[in-house]
Design a protein around this ligand. Structure first.
Ligand code: UDP
Length: 240
């Protein structure tokens, strides 16, 4: 049997990954494709925690730009991540992958509250744990949640799955034909060069806690498995 490079991973999916071609809302068929891959990785015995963004439904900053109070708009964003997490849970379980959703804001009728030790226990028992409702705090992002939970559950790596971008570039490859891709970077490089990998809070947290990231293209079938098996695709940030 193939030996995975990472035993326990945090997979960060953007809200966009839950939407179909339109980029908005939840598309079960799109989720199903992704779940096939998650299931394969799960079958390798890898412990998986997942964090989904909410940008396919609502982003706090958009509400703030429309004149809403930022904190209020951010709470709406956190609720959007719960909807995505429940959709993902549904498709995972329909495909035979056991899961638990844990939220940072209590909503006991639909999910467990976040309890670190319990989350670790679920992972040890082979359940995929989906962390929802952001950090529970406005002004943060789900990238920061990924860095935080990765530290809390002692994950070996954060897998930053991107939509149609295959790694970290020195410029936006969609706008600049001369943009070059990095194979390896340090967290400090990301912060100092202002590279758009995670927001700066999430980057500093990953740096301070020495958590490596692999940034890769989610839209290339088989990539989650490739990354977990240690193939060099995408960009590794902070890895040894
Ligand atoms: N959010 C928040 N605190 C958190 C995490 C998320 O306030 O700890 C809100 C914020 O408004 C954000 C929205 O939830 O815009 C959706 O999350 P994010 O933008 O990270 O999703 P993604 O861009 O990955 O789809």
């Amino acid at each position: 049997m193939v030996e995975p490079k990472y035993k326990r991973v945090v997979l960060k999916l953007s809200g966009e990954a839950m939407a179909g071609q339109s980029g908005f809302g939840i598309d079960p068929a799109t989720i199903k494709e992704m779940v096939k891959e998650i299931k394969e990785v799960h079958a390798l015995g890898v412990e998986i925690a997942i964090i989904v963004g909410g940008g396919n439904i609502w982003r706090g900053i958009t509400g703030a730009e429309m004149g809403m109070e930022r904190a209020q708009a951010d709470y709406m964003g956190m609720l959007a991540t719960v909807m995505n997490s429940l959709a993902l849970q549904d498709v995972l379980e329909n495909n035979g992958v056991p899961t638990r959703v844990q939220t940072s804001i209590d909503m006991r009728q639909i999910a467990e509250p976040f309890i670190r030790r319990r989350a670790i226990r679920h992972l040890e028992k082979g359940r995929v744990v989906i962390f929802a409702a952001g950090t529970g705090n406005p002004y943060f992002s789900t990238d920061t949640l990924a860095a935080l939970r990765a530290a809390e559950v002692n994950a070996d790596v954060i897998l930053m799955a991107k939509n149609n971008v295959d790694g970290v570039y020195d410029a936006d490859p969609r706008q600049d034909a001369n943009a070059t891709k990095f194979d390896n970077l340090s967290h400090l490089d990301v912060i100092a060069k202002g590279l758009k990998v995670m927001d700066s809070t999430a980057s500093s947290l990953s740096m301070d806690n020495d958590i490596p990231l692999v940034v890769f293209n989610l839209n290339e079938p088989g990539n989650i498995r490739r990354v977990v098996l240690g193939e060099s695709i995408g960009t590794v940030v902070g890895g040894k």
